[in-house]
Design a binder for this molecule. Structure first.
Ligand SMILES: [Zn+2]
Length: 463
């Protein structure tokens, strides 16, 4: 846990008892290994069933007072009727987790949910059962008080987020069918990130306002193949290798998008004096800022442009056979401003070889940018200020993909925020080993969701 974290002003008198109750629910759900797999045949379906049973047992009011629509196999869509339905809100999370690598050395068992040093350890504590349980606990507490939200609240819990499955688009289809146009959609995303920016002492509560599009390409070269004893020059394998090198040596054009500029401006007052002028004037000095981000390393460079990584490779099946077909898979993360079409033309132009076929295996456009100058974002910002008074709220471009990208089809205000304090080590543990969430950080997250629901505004959309 980061040092000197202030006590949340939202804490009720019985905070400790409520916190401990919520933490036990989280632990029970983390212990159920709801691992999603690329091939659904490899999945342990009973784990998902057990998860549903445990969720029902742990959140009885939520399950009796809200309407539940099952989505695909194991997705859940709850509807909590508010006093009005003019500005419906969708709170999202996913109940599946990524597999645990057997070779990774967890300090505490990945599905043990042990509490050590004030943290719950286990796969899914941060991604994304922490959010799922915190949302449910916030709703359960409000139901216990007889609270009715000002607006309809939907809870959309996916079951296959980690494998880009069909539950989220199916939930969108259901909402569309019912004529629900969400005013605000909130999914996992940026954290209350401690040690986020060099030289900035305060935690930054980063709210994703767009996410990169995930696209997969295949580069393929067909040749004559043949016996390895009589090779020719520039066969399929060599041609493919040349194409890969050309792609590797070129970069997509860089530029700091609007959310990155705003992030810099908001951080400027807290940044080291030497960086302050550049950050404060980021809008005017965009080219300088872009160059600085590119120079600062691959992570910050990825904030400025589309990236392409060659991941899979295949060629000859045998040592004495020249490949008749050589293929490479390219994983592309498309920055807002670029598109699948512009990526294709960039790849073709840098590869400069008609013999290399470029095929789109999976097309994902970047998500549109959600506004930061209207009521929905201000609501998120003001509740962050209440729950995390030491944090600087700021928009940013999310590098990873979330289920919320599908909701951009029915909602203009899609935000990606995980209301938990995380150190750098904790953020790096996501999808890796030693994933863990602070007990107190988790409790604060519950308070944040609770306050967000309490603060939903009355009336029609104005801004
Ligand atoms: Zn996730």
């Amino acid at each position: 846990m980061a040092p000197d974290v202030p006590v949340s002003p939202l804490r009720p008198d019985d905070h400790d008892a409520l916190r401990d109750r919520a933490v036990e629910k989280l632990r029970a759900l983390v212990r159920i290994p709801t691992v999603s797999r690329q091939d659904p045949a490899d999945e342990d379906l009973s784990a998902f069933e057990r998860f549903h049973d445990e969720l029902r047992a742990r959140f009885p009011r939520l399950h009796t007072e809200l309407d539940l629509t099952p989505v695909t196999d194991h997705g859940l869509l709850f509807h909590w009727q508010g006093r009005e339905a003019a500005r419906p809100v969708v709170l999202m999370a996913h109940l599946d987790v990524v597999p645990v690598d057997d070779d990774a050395s967890w300090q505490h068992p990945a599905f043990g949910a042990e509490i050590v040093d004030g943290h719950v350890w286990g796969r899914g504590t941060l991604d994304d059962k922490g959010s799922l349980v915190a949302i449910c606990e916030a709703v359960e507490r409000l139901l216990e008080r007889g609270f009715v939200p000002a607006q309809d609240v939907w809870l959309s819990f996916g079951c296959d987020e980690e494998v880009s499955g069909t539950a989220a688009p199916a939930a969108v289809a259901i909402l569309r069918e019912r004529g629900v146009v969400p005013w605000l959609v909130l999914d996992e995303g940026g954290a209350v990130a401690h040690e986020a920016f060099p030289g900035v002492e305060l935690p930054v509560a980063v709210v994703g306002v767009t996410e990169k599009g995930v696209t997969s390409l295949e580069l393929r070269v067909d040749g004559r193949g043949g016996h390895a004893s009589t090779p020719t020059k520039m066969d399929a394998t060599a041609r493919l290798a040349r194409a890969i090198l050309r792609l590797d040596r070129s970069s997509f054009p860089a530029s700091a998008p609007a959310p990155t500029v705003e992030l810099m401006q908001r951080l400027a007052p807290y940044a080291p004096a030497a960086l302050r002028p550049l950050m404060a004037n980021a809008a005017r000095l965009r080219p300088v800022l872009t160059r600085a981000l590119v120079a600062a390393g691959p992570e910050s460079a990825a904030m400025t442009r589309t990236t392409a990584a060659v991941t899979t490779l295949s060629g000859s099946p045998a040592l004495n056979v020249v490949a008749s077909t050589a293929k490479a898979g390219v994983n592309v993360r498309i920055m807002v401003g670029d598109s699948v079409a512009s990526v294709l033309s960039h790849v073709r132009s840098v590869v400069k070889d008609q013999e290399v076929q470029v095929k789109v295996l999976e097309a994902g456009e970047p998500s549109p940018v959600s506004p930061t100058d209207d009521d929905a974002f201000r609501l998120i910002e003001s509740t962050i200020a209440e729950a995390f008074p030491d944090a600087v709220p700021a928009p940013y471009v999310m590098m990873a993909a979330t289920d919320s990208r599908f909701f951009t089809a029915i909602c203009e205000r899609v935000y990606r925020y995980t209301p938990f304090r995380m150190t750098r080590a904790q953020r790096q543990a996501i999808h890796s080993y030693d994933e863990h969430i602070g007990v107190e950080a988790f409790a604060e997250g519950v308070l944040w969701y609770q306050r967000l629901i309490e603060r939903l505004p009355e009336g029609q959309v104005t801004a």
